[in-house]
Design a protein around this ligand. Structure first.
Ligand code: SAM
Length: 257
């Protein structure tokens, strides 16, 4: 394998399961609500292991590959100001086959060191194959995004596409991403949003609902700066069910208001 590193860090088996609110209605002082248990990390790993072989076909069918190219363009537009002539360290969290990282690598003229983190070994195997097919190297790490095995201030870019919605509370994961980013480093976060298609995904994958307001608040609370929502290629189906934000880790600590 091309992978330089293939390490099991944390299977996440001890994480507590969360509940997904599906519907609720008030009857006088009574509230009737229906919640669904989210997948445990072990169940989710099994599901993504099973989906890994055909994951890239799924991405193409949904027009995600094309949309990821346009997201990579937006990210690169922000990056060039600070990192044009430097080698980049890119960490993709919940990477799956790491399509978004490869789209970014294709744009940067200098070497890019990609590290893909995921809980699914099969996804990482597919990612390894894809990097190999593209003649690229990448480091693959089997780990939970809430416990990133990287030192503080070590990454130029952190990408997380469609993983945060699997977490009942994404804040610890965002805190980890912030911790490992270098000052002036950039995060690109993309999530399933509240929408008709988003609901279908929520049913199929037991994801939580993310709104632009929530995402902005999480990034802000964590200390990110220059938080902005970026548009997703409106020709792609991704536009119908996802939202994306880019934010910067400022090189001065944010003071609480
Ligand atoms: C919807 S897929 C997205 C994959 C890829 N980012 C993409 O956009 O094609 C979600 C991915 O996140 C991974 N994942 C889910 N929960 C995770 C966690 N707590 N830590 C690390 N990876 C996780 C899954 O194994 C899966 O590969």
């Amino acid at each position: 394998m091309y992978a330089k590193n293939y390490t099991v860090i944390d299977s996440g088996k001890n994480q507590k399961d969360g509940l997904i609110p599906v519907a609720s209605r008030w009857f006088g002082s009574w509230r009737l609500s229906i919640d669904r248990r989210e997948y445990s990390v072990v169940e989710l790993t099994d599901r993504y292991d099973a989906a890994a072989k055909s994951w890239n076909q799924t991405l193409s069918r949904l027009g995600v590959s094309k949309a990821y190219q346009s997201l990579a363009n937006s990210l690169y537009g922000e990056l060039v100001a600070h990192h044009r002539d430097t080698e980049l360290r890119v960490l993709e969290c919940g990477a799956g086959t790491a399509e978004l990282s490869r789209a970014l690598v294709a744009l940067h003229p200098n070497p890019v060191q990609v590290c893909a983190v995921d809980i699914s070994a099969e996804m990482l195997r597919q990612a390894s194959q894809e990097f190999q097919n593209a003649g690229l190297e990448a480091e693959l790490v089997l780990s939970d995004v809430r416990n990133l095995p990287f030192s503080d201030n070590s990454q130029d870019v952190v990408i997380a596409a469609h993983v945060l919605e699997h977490l009942a509370d994404p804040r610890p994961a965002i805190a980890e991403m912030f911790r490992v980013l270098k000052p002036e480093g950039l995060a690109l976060l993309c999530c399933t949003r509240q929408s008709f298609s988003g609901k279908w995904i929520q049913m199929k994958w037991r994801t939580h609902t993310v709104t632009p307001q929530l995402m902005r608040a999480w990034l802000d609370q964590q200390g990110f700066d220059r938080i902005k929502q970026v548009s997703i290629d409106d020709q792609s189906k991704l536009n119908k069910f996802s939202l994306a934000f880019i934010a910067e880790k400022s090189n001065v600590a944010k003071v609480a208001a």
